[in-house]
Design a protein around this ligand. Structure first.
Ligand code: NZQ
Ligand code: ZN
Length: 386
């Protein structure tokens, strides 16, 4: 196992009616900015629950944070923070809102020239406003980590800082019942790929991490499709298992002390930045191609994945691996997400364009060995074509 330091300070309140915990979590004298997206929380009662919990606080609101939150939108919150002396941010929404709030928290206290430098130049985050989160879409793990992804034009860039980890997060599975099938699918697939990118590398004898990861993958494989079936889609137990899996998938626990490979995400970000493909749908296209192209390097872990996650016992090692890749694609299809670039009307012309963007963004040494250069990315993209 590799060395690691692990610190996750977010207090999680999980279950029904836990939104009421906000009242005690946010200091009574705080000036709160409630930040949300494009309106779903107004339609499903979450806004009402949150504002009820804030009734004895002084609070303001900022809305309109869109999926793949844009720099332009987020920076519009900064003058409100300055003029109202806001000292606490409450994110209510999916990963985009939580990520957006993290950027706002850092930008509001940024000393440099332009807050975009945090994303584009890796300018250090030395201070940030405190954050609380009410999660409405299980997918990203953003409610329990220090990562944030922000878009400006075609650039979809990330930063990470322990200073923007939420102080607390409320996870009430009931609020996920108003999600569309598309958002449920996206969430399950995003979480699945988060686990895979911390698992499908090479063996360092991280038994706890591996078995936690395998448990999360099996839970998502079991429960994900049920959240789309008319007979079970409103089952709160299913939603609860999906929600907790998504948080555990990217809160640092399973990735501590093991190698990681974020190539699927980095290539995927260029598909979202360039063509507006939903984040998770970029991952379901790219991951199978990474598994195929990096099959030899990942042989040991692919075999472990085949036998432990999919319980494949028959055939040669190579046959087991091929079957595991096919079953992974089958799972994605069951979750109604695309698995090829042609499924989203992208082809060879776009592959060239995506490679140019990877180059521009410095994505020339991806993967657990840093050996996915632009030539290998091209192989991956070509393998994902049809
Ligand atoms: O705009 P609102 O009204 O909030 O509606 C949203 C949005 O339209 C809607 N929605 C959310 N909760 C709902 C709901 N609709 C009905 N009922 C509910 N309960 O769903 C739509 C999508 O929301 P969004 O927040 O964009 O989805 P998601 O949580 O998948 O977040 C995606 C963003 O997170 C980034 C992605 O790149 C993308 O920008 N990621 C963040 C990560 C992190 N912080 O660690 C890691 C991920 O890999 C990912 O990159
Ligand atoms: Zn993701």
């Amino acid at each position: 196992m590799l060395n690691f330091s692990f610190h996750n300070p977010t207090r999680i309140h999980f279950g029904s009616n836990q939104i009421t915990q906000i009242t005690n979590e946010i200091p009574a004298d705080a000036k709160v900015l409630l930040v949300y997206g494009t309106g779903s929380i107004k339609n499903n009662g979450v806004y009402q629950q949150v504002t009820d919990a804030l009734k004895n606080h002084q609070w303001f609101e900022f809305s309109g944070v869109e999926p793949n939150p844009s720099y332009e939108t987020l920076t519009r919150a900064l003058p409100i923070i300055a003029s109202e002396n806001i000292d606490y941010l409450l994110a209510v929404g999916g990963g985009s809102v939580v990520d957006g709030v993290k950027f706002i928290a850092a930008a509001a206290q940024f000393d440099g020239d332009e807050p975009w430098d945090i994303l584009a130049k890796g300018a250090p985050v030395t201070k940030a406003l405190p954050i609380g989160a009410v999660l409405t879409l299980p997918a990203t793990g953003s409610e329990n980590n220090g990562n944030s992804v922000v878009t400006r034009g075609r650039d979809k860039l990330a930063f990470a800082s322990p200073l923007v980890k939420p102080q607390f997060a409320v996870l009430d599975p009931a609020v996920t019942l108003t999600l569309s099938d598309r958002q449920i699918s996206n969430g399950v697939v995003d979480a699945f790929v988060h686990v895979m990118e911390q698992y499908l590398t090479y063996d360092v004898n991280g038994k706890v991490q591996d078995r936690f990861a395998e448990g999360l993958l099996q839970t998502l494989i079991e429960e994900g499709p049920k959240a789309l079936l008319p007979t079970t889609k409103d089952d709160l137990e299913i939603r609860a298992n999906i929600m907790w899996s998504a948080t555990m998938a990217l809160n640092g626990l399973i990735g501590a002390g093991v190698p990681q490979d974020w190539s699927t995400h980095m290539i995927g970000h260029e598909l979202t930045g360039g063509y507006g493909i939903d984040h998770a749908r970029t991952l379901s296209i790219i991951l199978p191609a990474v598994m195929k192209v990096k099959r030899n390097d990942k042989h040991g872990k692919l075999l472990q994945y085949a036998t432990r996650v999919w319980n494949i016992t028959d055939g040669s090692d190579d046959q087991k691996i091929s079957q595991a890749i096919a079953l992974t694609e089958g799972f994605f299809k069951e979750m109604q997400v695309p698995t090829r670039l042609s499924d989203v009307q992208l082809g060879e012309t776009e592959v060239k364009d995506i490679l140019a963007k990877l180059d521009e963004h410095g994505m020339r040494a991806l993967g657990e060995h840093g050996d996915i250069d632009l030539t290998v990315s091209e192989q991956i993209l070509n393998s994902a074509l049809v």
